[in-house]
Design a protein around this ligand. Structure first.
Ligand code: TZP
Ligand code: MG
Length: 224
């Protein structure tokens, strides 16, 4: 176990911030400043999801975000790029159904790193568990411009996958301050939180939006 490694706790999924540097650019935010605002606002885990930057820039961004996250005790995951996660000693990765197979990612990363897998069906959830994932991301719950043409499964689909999953679940896709409470209240104990991109990062003030969403999530979980 490497120095500073954050051990995974399912409650880390509560308010899961996923980055998008195109959104940061639009608002004139540096990735590291946006991540800093998100963790200061109460994000409980961060995933660097960067589809349009060079590998070297990705690694540099990961290193600076890792410092920020470590100073707040918040895990930092890298989307897709196991090499980048290993190179900066991030806390883990998040992989999709067309990325590195989960058991291969586990073999490369070792037993201590966090692995999350995107799942849309009970079969995906079963496979992720068998292959050694720590949690699953489930969605798109609602349609979203952040991942256009992504199949939407709705709250019913989310519930079906949660009930089938032996792993903790974070919901993703079109979740924002208007619908986050409905998602959290579907009444399935292994749904541990929501993952959001635009609701935090396609905003002028990331800090304010993160605090708002966190407050709503806390309200929603108290009434359950
Ligand atoms: N996976 C399923 S939906 C999605 C990803 C990465 C995008 C979520 O973005 P947003 O802006 O929170 O809807
Ligand atoms: Mg992927």
């Amino acid at each position: 176990k490497s120095a500073g490694q954050v051990r995974f706790n399912p409650s880390d999924l509560f308010l899961y911030a996923v980055t998008d540097s195109a959104m940061n650019r639009k608002w004139g935010h540096a990735i590291s400043d946006a991540v800093k605002a998100a963790v200061e606002g109460g994000a409980t885990i961060v995933q660097l999801r960067e589809k349009d930057i060079e590998t070297r820039d990705f690694l540099e961004a990961a290193k600076s975000c890792l410092q920020i996250c470590r100073s707040h005790g918040v895990p930092l995951l890298i989307n897709d790029r196991i090499d980048v996660a290993l190179a900066c000693d991030a806390d883990g990765v998040h992989i999709g159904q067309s990325d590195m197979p989960t058991h291969v990612a586990r073999a490369l990363l070792g037993p201590e790193k966090i692995i999350g897998v995107s799942c849309k069906t009970p079969e995906h959830a079963e496979q992720a568990w068998i292959a050694g994932a720590d949690y699953i991301g489930c969605g798109g719950v609602y349609p979203t411009n952040t991942k256009a043409n992504n199949l939407t499964i709705g709250l019913e689909g989310l519930k079906t996958v949660c009930l089938a999953s032996k792993l903790p679940v974070v919901a993703i896709g079109g979740i924002n301050t208007s619908n986050a409470q409905s998602v959290m209240q579907i009444g399935v104990p292994n749904l541990k939180g929501v993952a959001v991109v635009s609701a935090l990062f396609d905003r002028e003030c990331v800090l304010t939006e993160t605090k708002k969403l966190r407050t709503l999530l806390m309200e929603a979980t108290q009434v359950m």
